[in-house]
Design a protein around this ligand. Structure first.
Ligand code: HEM
Ligand SMILES: *[C@@H]1O[C@H](CO)[C@@H](O)[C@H](O)[C@H]1NC(C)=O
Length: 233
C-alpha cells in the first residue's frame, strides 16, 4: 500500500525527472520536432562563405563585445550590420523549414558558430541544444562586465571567475582570436611600451600602427586571421 511518504517520494522523483528533462541539453534536442533545422543552418553558413560572417558567428558568444565596437575587417570596410543580417537570414530559414519558430536563437548561434569554425578549417564538435533565449538580456550590464583589453592576467582571471569561468576557460576562449583583427588604438601602448612582448612581433605591428594617428588601422591577432587554427597560441 502506498503510504503518504511513498507518495511524496514518487512525486519528488517525478518532479526531478521533469526538471532534468526540461533543463538537460542534448545534441538531439530538435531531432523529432525539426530534423531539418541543423542542415539548414549549415547551408546558409556555407553559402554565405564570408570570413566576416564567421567572425561574427564566433564572436556571437561574446555578443556585447561585438556590439560595442565598430566592425571593420582586414578585407576592407565591412558593414557592421551585415553579420547580423546573416543571423536574421539563418533564423528566417530555420523557421521556414521547421514551419514554426521552434529553434531558439541561442541554439541557432551556437550551431552557426560551430559550422563557421569548421568552414574555416577548425575542428568540429557536437553542440548540446535546448538552450532557451534570455528574456532579460542587458546590453548595458554586459558592456560593463566585459573584460577591458588593458586588463592584466589577475584582472582577466577575476573577470572570468565572476562569470563562472576558470583559468582553463580563459585560455581556451581567448583562442577565438585566431580569427579577426584589432584596432591600433587598442594595442599601441603594448607594442611601444611593453617589455614582455616578442620584439620582432612588436616591430612588425609598429609598421602599420604609428605612435600617433592611425587609430583605426587594423592588424590580425595571428599570422592566419582567416583560418581557425592554433597559431594564436
Ligand atoms: C579574454 C577576454 C577578452 C578580451 C580582453 C578581448 C579583447 C578583444 C579586443 C581588444 C579585440 C579587438 C577589438 C577592436 O579592435 O575593436 C577583440 C576582437 C575579437 N575578439 Fe575578443 N576579447 C576577449 C575574449 C574573446 C572571446 C571569449 C571571444 C569569442 C569566443 C572573442 C572573440 C573575438 C573575435 C572573433 C575578435 C575579432 C573581431 C573582428 O575581427 O572584428 N574574444 N577582442
Ligand atoms: C608609453 O607609456 C607612457 C607612460 O605611461 C605614455 O605616456 C605613452 O603615451 C605610451 N606610449 C604609447 C605609444 O602608447
Amino acid at each position: 500500500m502506498a503510504s503518504p511518504t511513498h507518495f511524496l517520494v514518487v512525486v519528488v522523483l517525478l518532479l526531478l525527472g521533469v526538471a532534468t528533462t526540461a533543463f538537460s541539453l542534448s545534441p538531439n534536442f530538435y531531432d523529432k520536432v525539426c530534423p531539418q533545422a541543423l542542415p539548414a543552418i549549415r547551408k546558409v553558413v556555407e553559402a554565405d562563405g564570408s570570413l566576416f560572417t564567421s567572425v561574427v558567428m564566433v564572436h556571437s558568444f561574446w555578443i556585447p563585445h561585438l556590439l560595442s565596437k565598430p566592425r571593420k575587417n582586414a578585407r576592407g570596410n565591412l558593414n557592421p550590420v551585415r553579420g547580423f543580417e546573416v543571423v536574421d537570414q539563418i533564423k528566417a530559414e530555420v523557421d521556414r523549414v521547421c514551419g514554426r519558430p521552434v529553434v531558439s536563437c541561442a541554439d541557432i548561434l551556437a550551431v552557426a558558430a560551430r559550422d563557421s569554425v569548421v568552414a574555416l578549417g577548425g575542428p568540429t564538435w557536437k553542440v548540446r541544444l535546448g538552450r532557451r533565449d534570455s528574456t532579460r538580456a542587458r546590453l548595458d550590464l554586459a558592456n560593463t562586465e566585459l573584460p577591458s583589453p588593458s586588463l592584466d592576467l589577475p584582472g582577466l582571471l577575476n573577470n572570468f571567475r565572476k562569470q563562472g569561468l576558470n583559468r582553463r576557460d580563459l585560455v581556451a576562449l581567448s583562442g577565438a582570436h585566431t580569427l579577426g583583427v584589432s584596432r591600433c588604438s587598442i594595442f599601441r601602448n603594448r607594442i611601444y611600451n611593453a617589455t614582455n612582448i616578442d620584439p620582432a612581433f612588436a616591430k612588425q605591428r609598429r609598421a602599420t600602427c604609428p605612435r600617433t594617428g592611425g587609430n583605426t588601422n587594423l592588424a590580425p591577432f595571428d599570422s592566419t586571421p582567416a583560418h581557425f587554427d592554433t597559431a594564436y597560441f
